[in-house]
Design a protein around this ligand. Structure first.
Ligand SMILES: *[C@@H]1O[C@H](CO)[C@@H](O)[C@H](O)[C@H]1NC(C)=O
Ligand SMILES: *[C@@H]1O[C@H](CO)[C@@H](O)[C@H](O)[C@H]1NC(C)=O
Ligand SMILES: *[C@@H]1O[C@H](CO)[C@@H](O)[C@H](O)[C@H]1NC(C)=O
Ligand SMILES: *[C@@H]1O[C@H](CO)[C@@H](O)[C@H](O)[C@H]1NC(C)=O
Length: 277
């Protein structure tokens, strides 16, 4: 009798340890830091991911499993895909086959139109506008070096869509890098940034690198060219992942998560003039 209650106690102790271990590691799978301390239940979470075509199917599945975990843990409301292929993107198509938790809205570029907008209500108050733009075709038009009817009308579409985006946060998403004063005609690039600033764009999200001085720009992990060793396929895998965003009335936090589910970068954008509210 004595013997068995001893065993029983040890068994219970071990189980308790196990339970604590599991809950510690499942509760916050992505956060090793204290960033999430500012989070409140009123925050809106969503995920951004690059187009999937460059990934073999097993890597798409792996990525979707990680996104699924993030979506479940943080109750993400939607996914933004920066793919230039819009709804035809392979990752987007694969998502509904692989995961039921990712059957939340996927916002992406609309077919046949470079510019579109989604309005998302925040859980408590306020809203977020996600605007998709086609900077690639703008850059294409600019190759000639002169402004013609087509470039002007693209700028007008950009202005029109940003003007309509009057939410508390205005996020612009594109598959291309931003215009630069170095490559594009200076006058034109300046006008472009003036439009973005005038209509209060908070952030540009892109799967190509960004080199903007005047606009916060965040790159979606895109399995970019490996730094250094070309033959090391593990190196390349390191670059893959997705973004998890936490949005509150005053803060927009973006966590870059790599393919082993670790946070490798955190960016904070504050809403101008709202810190004191
Ligand atoms: C909702 O937000 C608006 C600003 O967007 C503010 O004026 C209003 O007071 C807020 N309402 C509540 C209930 O917080
Ligand atoms: C404008 O110029 C670009 C290249 O410079 C060209 O591809 C496009 O067709 C032109 N559009 C018009 C309307 O002339
Ligand atoms: C991926 O992002 C990097 C910057 O992080 C950029 O330099 C590169 O061009 C991007 N690659 C592709 C294929 O878009
Ligand atoms: C992800 O990031 C963590 C922390 O920086 C690192 O230890 C790990 O090797 C990375 N995983 C991959 C697959 O690159």
């Amino acid at each position: 009798m004595k013997q068995s209650s001893w065993g029983c106690t040890i068994f219970i102790q071990l189980s308790l340890c196990l339970i604590v271990y599991v809950s510690l590691h499942l509760g916050h799978p992505f956060f090793s830091s204290n960033d999430v301390d500012n989070a409140t239940p009123l925050d809106l979470y969503f995920i951004s991911v690059a187009g999937g075509g460059f990934r073999p199917l097993h890597r798409q599945t792996h990525l979707l499993r990680l996104m699924e975990k993030a979506a479940e843990t943080y109750k993400a409301k939607f996914v933004v895909s920066s793919s230039e292929h819009g709804e035809d993107d392979p990752l987007l198509q694969h998502a509904s086959r692989v995961s039921s938790s990712l059957k939340i809205p996927w916002y992406t570029r609309k077919k046949g139109s470079g510019y579109s907008r989604e309005r998302i209500a925040m859980p408590f108050n306020g809203s977020l506008d996600v605007v998709f733009v086609d900077i690639g075709s703008l850059q294409q038009d600019l190759l000639g070096g002169t402004l013609n009817g087509s470039t002007i009308s693209q700028l007008k579409r950009l202005t029109r869509i940003l003007k309509a985006a009057d939410g508390d946060w205005r996020i612009v998403v594109g598959s291309d890098s931003l215009l630069t004063l170095r490559k594009e005609p200076k006058e034109f690039a300046r006008t472009f940034y003036q439009i973005m600033t005038k209509y209060g764009v908070n952030l540009y999200i892109s799967e190509k690198g960004c080199t903007s001085e005047s606009l916060t720009c965040i790159t979606v992990p895109n399995q970019s060219e490996n730094r250094g060793l070309t033959s090391d396929s593990n190196k390349r895998e390191m670059e893959d992942g997705f973004l998890l965003h936490r949005v509150s009335f005053s803060e927009f936090v973006t966590y870059t998560i790599n393919s082993s589910g670790q946070v490798i970068d955190t960016r904070l954008v504050k809403q101008k003039g709202k810190e004191t509210i």
